[in-house]
Design a protein around this ligand. Structure first.
Ligand code: SF4
Ligand code: SF4
Length: 182
């Protein structure tokens, strides 16, 4: 996909913000595209991983934050394992998600931001994910109450989902991570 440089780009602000949040030095990228060639969602998105890096280096702001890969990335780390410069793309995507949410520009593509929000909220409250609470909040947000509801009894029976949250996690440790991210 051709990169169109917009006039309203914000002076390296996004590149610095991503570097600060993720701790990744994006400038080391060689544009070899090994990340894109191994990415399982590269063919489903308009802007593949190597192009995200290119856009960051060109100070393309809005089109980078709003790229579909930001919310489609599965954090599988395949790109990281293939990258000759050890660029942690999943960390970059996390940083772009944080920036997108802070700017309130997170696109509701497939309700991924909504899912992400409630997943993180349960981790923040309980120190680890509480699936039932997260699913209930997500369903209220989408108003789609009965999708996959028939699978619930079987999941309960096979202990794939718990009725109550676990309080075994090291809550102080998790709280420190959230404080650092903010
Ligand atoms: S694999 Fe690494 S060096 Fe190559 S394009 Fe992707 S991020 Fe850049
Ligand atoms: S971590 Fe994200 S960008 Fe990297 S290969 Fe997996 S899905 Fe693609």
């Amino acid at each position: 996909m051709p990169i169109v440089i917009s006039k309203n780009k914000r002076e390296a602000g996004l590149l610095n913000a991503v570097r600060e949040i993720s701790g990744v030095d994006v400038a080391r990228c060689l544009q070899c595209k090994k990340c894109t060639n191994g990415c399982p969602v590269a063919t489903l998105v308009k802007v593949p991983p190597s192009e995200i890096i290119r856009r960051l280096l060109l100070n393309e702001d809005d089109s980078t934050v709003n790229s579909d890969l930001v919310w489609m990335c599965a954090s599988c780390e395949t790109c990281f394992s293939r990258c000759p410069m050890q660029i942690d793309m999943a960390a970059i995507m996390d940083a772009l998600r944080i920036i997108s949410i802070k700017r309130n520009t997170a696109k509701q593509k497939g309700n991924v931001p909504l899912f992400n929000k409630w997943f993180l909220k349960t981790v923040k409250v309980f120190g680890r994910t509480y699936d039932l609470g997260m699913i209930a909040a997500y369903k209220v947000g989408t108003s789609n109450y009965f999708q996959d509801a028939d699978k619930f009894p079987m999941m309960l029976r096979k202990r794939k989902i718990a009725l109550f949250p676990s309080f075994k996690a090291d809550k102080k440790y998790v709280t420190r991570i959230f404080k650092k991210k903010n």
